[in-house]
Design a protein around this ligand. Sequence first.
Ligand SMILES: [Zn+2]
Length: 241
Amino acid sequence: MRDYAEVTERLKRLDVPIDLIGTVHNYPIYQIRLASIIGTPKPVLITGGMHGDEPAGVEAVLQFIERDNTALLNKFSFLIIPCINPYGYVHNTRETVDGVDINRAFEAEDVAEVTIIKKALGQTQFSLAIDFHEDYDATGFYLYEGKRNEKYIGPKLAVAAKAIGSIDPDDPGEDAPDLAEGVYKVANSWGTQGLAPYLLHFHSEHVIISETPTVWQLEKRVALHLTILGTALNTVSKKEA
Ligand SMILES: [Zn+2]
């Protein structure tokens, strides 16, 4: 059993606004908004803990919020949901208490976590959405990217992430076309059952799914996620400058 109260306490210790966006099986789901210092740019969405047995994503989100993001807030605002599936996080299950894989349920009307996330997203349009995952079978990292204008930054992200560890040699197959070594496309054929393709369709011009191998130590997995996020923000801000 993992301690979700610890996650809650770490969030409440921060000097940032925390919204309770819903409660599932007595577990609160929170969102954090980090407002930009200048103007109101389209926010970046950061999510973790969709699959409860992938704790590195939750830890990466927490470490991101806990650090000093003053420089980033000159260019970006953020909407952050640290743990989408707290029941799974506590019980170390991929699915919810009802056995639902949330990342295959975004077209469903009767999944509490999905309803809560959709309500929190509202009508918001994001400039970028990044979702942190882990892979139990992988030996290295990989990522998926979806971008409406198809000007992909994934190859750059993979190069930066190679400083943390190697790329997973297994190819996910034809459902996810290759963009570069270790970089695969969020394809139209995925529909909108998963969070990232759902966001790409309805809420975000650009989505990234960061996948890190569970076989790596937690800190290395967290470092991978934060490197992907940091490099993505850096690359996007340079392109817009
Ligand atoms: Zn996952």
